[in-house]
Structures are given as structure tokens and as C-alpha cells.
Design a protein around this ligand. Structure first.
Ligand code: 5RP
Length: 226
């Protein structure tokens, strides 16, 4: 798929999602190219008079939102978010996701957990029958890197330390990412539980039971999964 068509789909999904935001809402802002389309749309709505406050799932997102005049609240001080809008790397019809392609999975997971409504926006390429063609990102505290890497291997995950521009990728939280290939995942919830048991593993990119709705745009229609 050429980039422009994919971008058109991302924009269409983002435009549909921002219609769900109400005046006075606290809005969780996701990370990545699709979420950025939604943030820009929300920014225009704010400039047109919509009153919202927002929480950001990454430093990049915070900067983008502020550039549109969106007021940002510290994620760590919120007990609840009315609605969040984020992207995904893969999703299934049962609303299980893999996220973290942009490395923001930990804050994104906290944001989704706080959200009354968690809306995922995607283009048509993100829908899969089974999760796992996209490697599962795992955020690991540097001190525990080798330990976590070995524990992932025991669970069948072939890990690769994420690099960016030939340097080790460091998250907004000062940690590393291991991208773990588990093959196609038959039991995502079980794998999620198993990963949660590993000390030193801050968060993983399997988002199970955290999504209210996926709005996916194809070339010519919007499809909602809920
Ligand atoms: C960032 C994410 C993103 O939402 C995910 O990688 C999708 O990004 P994009 O919309 O650019 O395809 O999880 O950590």
C-alpha cells in the first residue's frame, strides 16, 4: 500500500474518533503517526472552542499537543481519563492488541488502564487473525536486561534489543526495549500473564481487555469493532 493511501486511512479513522470527544473531557493522547492525526484534529477543535484537558503517552505527544494549545495534565496524577485515542501495531476482532512500535507502551498501557473509553484508530493493515507477526515490544529496566532477555527465551520469545540510528533505543522512562518474536500467539492472555510475572520487565506490548473500540479505516469505509 502506498504511503498516501495509508495516511488517508489513518486520518479518516482519527477524524471519526475525535467525534467521540465531548466538551469538558479529560482525553488520553496516544503515540505514533495515527494518534498524531487525532491530536492535530483535536488541536483544531480546541482552537475552535472545544474545552478539554489531556494526558500524553509520550514526550513527543506532549510536545505536539502543546503546540496546538492543548492543556496537558500529568498522567501520574490522574485517577481517571474520560476517553483515550491511540494507535496499534496489530489488533484482532476480539480487541486484543500489540502496541509499542513507537516505544511508548508503558505510558500507553497506564493511559489505557485509566481510560473509561479506550479508542484505537488504525488503517486497514493492522487487522490480523492472530497476533504475533509483529514482535511483542517489552520495556525492560537496564539493570535487568539480560535476566529479562533469558526469561523471554524460556517462554519461547526470540528477543532483539531495539536500536535507533545504530544506537540503543532508550524509552521516555530511561529503559530499553526488547522486541520479542513469539511466532503467532495462540493464547495472548496467558502470554500476557506470564510476561507480567518477570521481575525487571516494566511493561509489554500485549494489550488484553484494555480496548473499548477499534475504528479501522479501509480504502472506502470505516469499520468499527467493539
Ligand atoms: C507507539 C504505539 C503506536 O500506537 C503504534 O506503534 C502504531 O503506530 P502508527 O500509528 O505510527 O502505525 O504503540 O508505542
Amino acid at each position: 500500500m502506498e504511503t498516501t493511501q495509508q495516511d488517508a486511512e489513518k486520518l479518516a479513522a482519527a477524524k471519526a474518533a475525535v467525534k467521540l470527544v465531548k466538551d469538558g473531557d479529560i482525553v488520553g493522547l496516544g503515540t505514533g503517526s495515527t494518534a498524531s492525526f487525532a491530536i492535530k484534529e483535536l488541536g483544531r477543535m480546541v482552537q475552535g472552542g472545544l474545552r478539554i484537558k489531556a494526558a500524553a503517552s509520550s514526550i513527543n505527544t506532549e510536545e505536539l499537543a502543546k503546540s496546538f494549545g492543548i492543556e496537558i495534565l500529568p498522567l501520574g496524577e490522574l485517577s481517571s481519563i474520560d476517553i483515550s485515542i491511540d494507535g496499534a501495531d496489530e489488533f484482532t476482532e476480539s480487541l486484543d492488541l500489540i502496541k509499542g512500535g513507537g516505544g511508548a507502551l508503558f505510558r500507553e498501557k497506564i493511559m489505557a488502564s485509566l481510560s473509561k473509553k479506550s479508542i484505537i484508530v488504525t488503517d486497514a493493515s493492522k487487522k490480523v487473525k492472530k497476533l504475533g507477526a509483529f514482535n511483542v515490544p517489552v520495556e525492560v529496566v537496564p539493570l535487568a536486561y539480560q535476566y529479562v532477555f533469558d526469561q523471554l527465551s524460556k517462554l519461547g520469545g526470540k528477543g532483539v534489543k531495539r536500536l535507533k540510528n545504530n544506537e540503543v533505543f532508550v524509552t521516555d522512562n530511561g529503559n530499553f526495549i526488547i522486541d520479542a518474536d513469539f511466532g503467532l500467539i495462540n493464547e495472548p492472555q496467558k502470554l500476557s500473564f506470564d510476561l507480567n510475572e518477570i521481575d525487571g520487565l516494566l511493561a509489554h506490548g500485549l494489550f488484553i481487555n484494555l480496548t473499548s473500540k477499534v475504528i479501522m479505516s479501509t480504502r472506502d469505509q470505516l469499520i468499527v469493532f467493539d
